[in-house]
Design a protein around this ligand. Structure first.
Ligand code: FES
Ligand code: FES
Length: 133
């Protein structure tokens, strides 16, 4: 079996899909390798993620990665959310085929982009070097 049951489950029944009208931070990233796009919306209160939504125009692994990563960062502080790596996402999904690892990287990048957008919108000083990829 190419895909784990977690991947299939999140692909068939993705959590937190959609947009957010009043998002505090939005991050859109594209994958140069395959052209897929992922967008993450965050609602932030007192440095904590109160709500997350995602839209992913891409493959099943990208959809499963976005779905599980929204669950992983829900309720977390921004720092805790930034500590979630693509490896954590892959592990939580019970693994991804090697050529699909880049799909999970997209999730990590989209989360970081949404957090940076939040920092910019709220004039919060942050370590720009850390965000420069
Ligand atoms: Fe075809 Fe991503 S490359 S769905
Ligand atoms: Fe491109 Fe999955 S194949 S994100």
């Amino acid at each position: 079996m190419l895909y784990s049951k977690e991947v299939m489950e999140h692909f068939s029944n993705p959590r937190n899909v959609g947009t957010m009208e009043d998002a505090d931070g939005v991050g859109s990233v594209g994958n140069a390798k395959c052209g897929d796009i992922m967008r993450i919306y965050l609602k932030v209160e007192d440095n904590r993620i109160q709500d997350v939504k995602f839209e992913t125009f891409g493959c099943g692994s990208a959809i499963a990665s976005s779905s599980i990563s929204t669950e992983m960062i829900m309720g977390k502080t921004l720092e805790e959310a930034m500590a979630v790596t693509n490896k954590d996402v892959v592990d939580a999904l019970g693994g991804l085929p090697t050529h699909k690892i880049h799909c999970s990287v997209l999730a990590e990048e989209a989360i970081w982009a949404a957090i940076e957008d939040y920092y910019i919108r709220t004039n919060t000083p942050y370590d720009k070097e850390k965000f420069a990829k």
